[in-house]
Write a protein that binds this ligand. Structure first.
Ligand code: S3P
Length: 185
């Protein structure tokens, strides 16, 4: 059995990624799911599908609170509802800030905080315009303020992976090794 297959056979909990926008949750999440041969799902995509609209439109027409309610519903479904299974889940950067989401995300799961320095975050988020909270004159300031509020919450994760150093393969190997450790400890 390959190392990833061995790991998959021991995995009994969902793997959940948290971190700031641009920190690489989706990128790493997809790679982990492929390596472990489990489903990958992004809570932003669940919300987009349910709302039938993209995130900027949801924020614009229904407001952030409505988005947060849909996000919380998606997290409940994936972590304690009908859709709970061994899978890799990427959450939106703000998701763990609701205590009920945090209880599920950092509960009976393997949680991973993806972390990167600000220049890297800014370069990545600058590639698209689909994040309404950064559509302002100073996205760096916004990200720094978010980090100050959110890092103490993200810190509850079982595993921290720096995504601004090394190749994608290296980042994946580090994450797999840390998951293995988390299953052993
Ligand atoms: C948000 C992050 C986004 C998305 C929404 C709000 C946030 O997801 O949920 O734009 O509050 O940090 P990503 O972290 O996947 O970009």
């Amino acid at each position: 059995m390959s190392k990833a297959n061995q790991l998959r056979s021991r995995l009994t909990r969902p793997v959940v990624l948290v971190g700031l926008m641009g920190s690489g949750k989706t990128r790493l999440g997809r790679m982990l799911a492929r390596a472990l041969r489990v489903r990958f799902i992004d809570t932003d995509d669940v919300v987009i599908q349910q709302a039938g609209a993209d995130i900027p439109s949801i924020f614009e027409t229904q407001g952030e609170q409505a988005f947060r309610d849909m996000e919380a519903a998606a997290i409940r479904d994936l972590l304690e509802g009908a859709d709970r299974r061994v899978q890799v889940i990427s959450t939106g950067g703000g998701a763990p800030m609701r205590p009920e989401n945090a209880a599920l995300i950092f509960g009976d799961t393997i949680s991973i905080w993806t972390r990167a320095d600000f220049p890297v975050l800014l370069e990545r988020v600058g590639r698209s315009n689909d994040r309404p909270l950064l559509r302002n004159a100073d996205p760096e300031k916004t990200l720094r303020e978010m980090a100050a509020l959110r890092y103490p919450v993200y810190r509850q994760a079982d595993i921290v992976i720096d995504t601004d150093a090394g190749s994608l393969n290296d980042i994946l190997s580090r994450a797999l090794a840390r998951i293995e450790e988390a299953l052993t400890s």
